[in-house]
Design a protein. Structure first.
Lengths: 229, 229
DNA sequence: TCGATACTTCGATACTAACCGAAATAAAGT
DNA sequence: ACTTTATTTCGGTTAGTATCGAAGTATCGA
């Protein structure tokens, strides 16, 4: 008999409405807490906890504990890919037409990394910051170095205010399209804010795409030592 | 409020070991009868009938009755794609016997991914086509170049007929054994058809694995400039 | 130190679904 | 017409699991 891989276990993890709702919520790449996901799935925290532990054992998601908050994310882009391929063969919901389903997909993608930089620019930025030693990625919890604190401070980012936010300070956010981590979390959001404030980028109206200004090209080159193509 | 797609029903259809075994058996694109599938899944015909009817209602497979035989097949390549993507995130199956190890090796070397080539052969083919500049992968929508149009035309692929189909022309399909994309979509299917027609490959016993013939070795070397292992 | 919040574990309930035996239906061969 | 083979339907048993209330652990803020 031929060696048949067993997809039934993984499929079983996806076959519960509560679990699939949580997984689809995680599709945007943003790590989310247990209660956040429980609300999405409209279930109690106890039930969510059970489901999330099952998903972790099945290696579909991974957990990172940050104080009393437990952040969950999809383990890798392959999981996102599998979920998206299941969405494709699932019948579109009754109320909406196929065209509207496409629009929903676009919306979901637009929500991706909605408050920090992704794409080529985000990755260049992340690489530059790591290369210059402002962030230490040697262990799993990324940490801002002393050099980094000085640099970001000079750049106009207020650390004290940032730390006070509940949100996880830095997290590597997987960009499904580029399959490379860039910088999300509070630091990512703060960087985006500051870069916008400096007029380095232009947000195109209601679009995910951003345009780097002439000022920005100069800025990225001078402060982060990479050139924008 | 964004409409959340519901993948749990489809995933539920894939979450039963018997059903997933039958679906994986159908991955090669060959229509199979109910009893044939029952044997694959090691269940009684009654139980298989129940499962198959559920899969039909869920639009994962379609049935065609020919006399007393009921032939089942996957409804479309998207279903095959979803199954492959689940194989990708499933833990590799334990190899029990030597025979199963051989089978596994054969699948990794060369197999069909529903209607196009996958495994190392599929990837070699894809790499060759990209290297020789026949398709342009610089932006997200892969495109056949002018050089490519000429090449594929000379190779015996009718573009006009292909384009008329509604199906996506080139689909980068992720390979579970190599974790690298190969060429799916209408072009991938046409390539497999033509390569089969030319007698470059032989379908093996398990139906999903393929063997490259001597003619094929020569052909891949002359037309695509890679050698088959 | 104390209370509030986030999360997990335990226990009990209720629901779903896979399974096979038995029997019905349908088509093929003789 | 009769037998064999392919498939489906029905009925009853069994096993697995999603769910929540209650209680326990861990962390944060005051």
């Amino acid at each position: 008999m031929p060696s048949t891989p067993d997809i039934s276990h993984v499929a079983g993890l996806l076959s519960d409405p509560s679990r699939s709702a949580m997984l689809i919520s995680l599709l945007d790449g943003r790590p989310q807490t247990a209660t956040e996901l429980a609300q999405r799935a409209k279930i109690t925290p106890q039930t969510a906890s059970l489901h999330l532990s099952k998903l972790v054992s099945g290696h579909l998601i991974s957990k990172e504990v940050q104080g009393k908050y437990h952040y969950f994310r999809l383990t890798d882009p392959n999981v996102a890919h599998a979920i998206e391929s299941l969405i494709e063969i699932s019948p579109p919901s009754e109320i909406y037409s196929l065209r509207e389903a496409d629009e929903d997909n676009a919306l979901r993608k637009a929500r991706t990394c909605y408050d920090h930089l992704a794409g080529r620019l985000g990755i260049n930025l992340a690489e530059s910051i790591v290369r210059k030693g402002y962030i230490d990625i040697s262990n799993e919890n990324y940490r801002v170095t002393d050099d980094g604190k000085k640099f970001f401070g000079d750049f106009g980012i207020d650390f004290v205010k940032l730390k006070r936010r509940r949100r996880k300070f830095i997290h590597p956010c997987l960009d499904w399209s580029e399959r490379t981590p860039h910088i999300g979390g509070a630091l990512g959001a703060a960087l985006l804010d500051r870069i916008t404030e400096l007029g380095w980028i232009d947000k195109k109206a209601s679009q995910r795409a951003v345009r780097v200004t002439e000022l920005g090209k100069e800025g990225f080159h001078n402060h982060f030592e990479f050139s924008v193509d």
